[in-house]
Design a protein around this ligand. Structure first.
Ligand code: SF4
Length: 352
């Protein structure tokens, strides 16, 4: 039966543009949430949660997205799944625009893109045995119940849970790690090409987290998957990601190969984030906060470079002019900072 076959060709038969065509292209994605106030409930301001975000995800790669809480990374995930509707921007899946005007519909996109959330407990129906939760999606797409359950049990095996032991259990009978394995199985049930993992391992103990990360890597290899991996944990993101995108106040400030970002961060915000990681050696631990102050209010973000109110290298040009994402070194490593634009007017700007 086709639905239960997990043998994936070297090149997915659904692959339309070949390996060079990105699986996902996002252009100028924007979401501003209105804030209503006063007696009449008029819109008084907007939270600029995602403000012109563009990136690509290549076939078979893992793109990590990092940033402080409130930077917009989880909103990007929800926009990509259309759990919330973007105000503007373009989403292209394997060469086809997603939306009402040509290309593929949101429903068609959702068959190929699935999401796993942090809260494994509330993602599962508490009154349904877990194998039925996994079978639910394929049944909604017309697979007969018996076949869908057989497929669910096969998926339980795939994620390391014995279906004879776990299939008929209810979510409250499982540990956090087991529930997250069920959520991963559920995401796989529609045989997606891409999975968006939003803080998917953040609630797990470190040892369980490592097991689930290893499982994700094995599944990616076996099933030709592509991941967008969102986390506040820089260590985990480095371990799993091929490329990393850093967000600050709704914008992308740096994106590039993971090794480049971690060994040669260009943007002062990324440098501060990396410096704030707790050192394993207690003698290396620092007392002072590497990024001073809290992030500014996203309702009224600072003009120019949004990081200028906290940046140790800020100069007047930073408040006057927003820096564009540039790759001065032609390594696919982009940063939005006047320090890396020789024509910016910043006194310390460098040529790469
Ligand atoms: Fe700092 Fe200016 Fe670069 Fe922004 S543009 S990160 S304020 S140096």
């Amino acid at each position: 039966m086709a639905m239960t076959s997990f043998v994936v060709d070297e090149q997915d038969s659904r692959d339309r543009g070949g390996p060079a065509q990105p699986l996902l292209t996002v252009n100028a994605l924007r979401k501003h949430f209105p804030i209503r106030g006063g007696l009449l409930g008029r819109v008084s301001a907007h939270v600029r949660a995602v403000d012109g975000v563009s990136f690509t995800v290549a076939k078979g790669e893992t793109l990590g997205i990092v940033g402080e809480s409130g930077c917009g990374k989880s909103t990007v995930a929800r926009l990509l799944m259309r759990l919330i509707v973007p105000d503007a921007g373009e989403q292209i899946f394997d060469g086809e625009a997603v939306g009402e005007h040509g290309g593929i519909s949101v429903k068609q996109m959702r068959r190929q893109v699935q999401m796993v959330f942090q809260d494994s407990a509330s993602s599962l129906n508490p009154r349904m045995p877990v194998q039925n939760s996994i079978a639910f999606g394929p049944m909604a797409f017309g697979l007969p119940k018996q076949e869908a359950i057989a497929m669910a049990r096969e998926l339980l095996t795939k994620v390391g849970l014995n279906p004879a032991l776990f299939g008929a259990r209810y979510p409250h009978e499982l540990s956090g790690g087991q529930k997250q394995r069920v959520n991963i199985a559920r995401a796989l049930a529609l045989q997606p090409r891409m999975i968006i993992l939003d803080e998917a391992v953040s609630a797990l103990d470190k040892s369980v987290e490592a097991q689930v990360l290893n499982l994700l890597q094995a599944l990616k290899r076996d099933l030709n998957l592509t991941y967008v991996f969102i986390s506040h944990d820089l260590g985990v993101v480095r371990w799993i990601s091929d490329r990393v995108m850093v967000m600050y106040l709704g914008e992308v400030v740096e994106i590039g190969p993971a090794d480049e970002i971690y060994n040669n961060a260009k943007h002062p915000y990324t440098q501060a984030l990396l410096a704030s990681r707790p050192a394993l050696d207690p003698d290396m631990r620092r007392e002072e906060a590497p990024v001073s102050g809290d992030p500014p209010n996203p309702i009224n973000p600072p003009a120019g470079c949004r990081f200028h109110t906290r940046c140790p290298a800020a100069e007047p040009v930073c408040a006057a002019k927003a820096p564009a994402l540039r790759d001065g070194s032609d390594t696919g490593h982009f940063a939005a900072c006047h320090l890396h634009d020789p024509s910016s007017g910043h006194s310390q700007s460098v040529r790469h």
